[in-house]
Ligand binder design. Structure first.
Ligand code: C2E
Ligand code: MG
Ligand code: MG
Ligand code: MG
Length: 277
């Protein structure tokens, strides 16, 4: 009986493992198909000035809806894309599409502010990323100062020499650079000083706990002070209520993004917003 139970348990684990690797395989296959069939899309989330509440830019965020798997979040499919080497291709598509859209709005006399695009690790430290960015800007006719690249702190910390080299080239071209999810890595002040950055983006995990959690408040305050010391802009992500917005503004954070102001929007919705509708 014990032996049979043991065998059953073994069978159970095997089945679990098979299920999760089957699930991974399905995700991988579906994602390859999505890239091939241009089934990815972008949404755009406004960033605002906390004092005036006016739009200062938008962040392009990638979306994927599979006909069988349904909506798959980027937090789930981006690691899969990285693991099967699809991220450079997806990332380049996102960059092109975001720049193309920004140019369209500008040609229509609308001002979306800076277009921010997230950059993955394999993109930033891959071959000639700065050249790819230059090519996309030329092809789409978007000015470099209308583009901002968001680089997560962990990506820079993984491969600092290569990351800094590429970041220097991008800054040299006139593209803005923001350090995304800031506070979740371990950057020191002296280290941050070496990075050619324009902006720090306070991670939403700290913003979420404001103002009740004292540690998060202290971290937000420290990040804002770091920004001031290094003459960098500071933006808070994930602002969901007025209490958080007021708290951040009182600490000296002048820019924000979050559901309080706007969710990520379809291009058509953002256009309406820009038209004042
Ligand atoms: P991120 O760049 O830090 O983007 C912020 C995430 O927070 C987005 O999730 C956004 O929809 C969400 N968010 C915005 N405001 C709020 C809020 O008030 N409350 C809460 N709870 N969440 C809010 P999303 O779109 O699911 O993206 C998740 C992450 O996936 C992004 O984090 C980014 O790291 C990555 N990602 C998304 N699109 C791309 C892309 O095109 N390329 C790369 N490399 N990464 C991407
Ligand atoms: Mg981002
Ligand atoms: Mg972020
Ligand atoms: Mg984040």
């Amino acid at each position: 009986r014990a032996k049979q139970q043991g065998r059953n348990r073994h069978a159970f684990y095997t089945e679990q493992m098979t299920q999760s690797s089957m699930q991974q395989l399905r995700l991988q296959t579906a994602l390859r198909g999505a890239v091939k069939n241009s089934a990815l899309s972008l949404v755009y989330q406004p960033k605002i000035n906390l004092r005036t509440r006016k739009l200062i830019g938008v962040e392009a965020l990638c979306r994927w809806t599979d006909h069988e798997l349904g909506v798959v979040s980027p937090a789930e499919f981006i690691p899969v894309a990285e693991s099967i080497g699809l991220m450079p291709e997806i990332g380049l598509w996102v960059l092109k599409e975001a720049c193309r859209q920004a140019r369209i709005w500008r040609d229509q006399g609308l001002n979306p502010g800076r277009m921010a695009v997230n950059v993955s690790g394999s993109q930033l430290t891959g071959d000639n990323f700065a050249d790819s960015v230059a090519r996309v800007l030329t092809q789409t006719g978007l000015s470099p100062d209308a583009l901002e690249l968001e680089i997560t702190e962990s990506v820079v910390l993984d491969n600092p020499a290569s990351a800094i080299d590429t970041m220097d080239k991008l800054r040299g071209m006139g593209v803005s650079l923001a350090l995304d999810d800031f506070g979740t890595g371990y950057s020191s002040l002296s280290y941050l000083r070496k990075l050619p950055l324009n902006k720090l983006k306070i991670d939403q995990s700290f913003v979420r706990e404001l103002p009740t959690d004292q540690d998060s408040g202290a971290i937000a305050m420290a990040i804002i002070a770091m920004g001031e010391a290094l003459k960098l802009g500071v933006i808070a992500e994930g602002v969901e209520n007025e209490t958080q917005a007021e708290f951040l503004l009182r600490l000296g954070c002048t820019e924000a993004q979050g559901y309080l102001f706007a969710r990520p929007l379809l291009a058509s919705e953002l256009k309406q917003l820009l038209q004042g509708g």
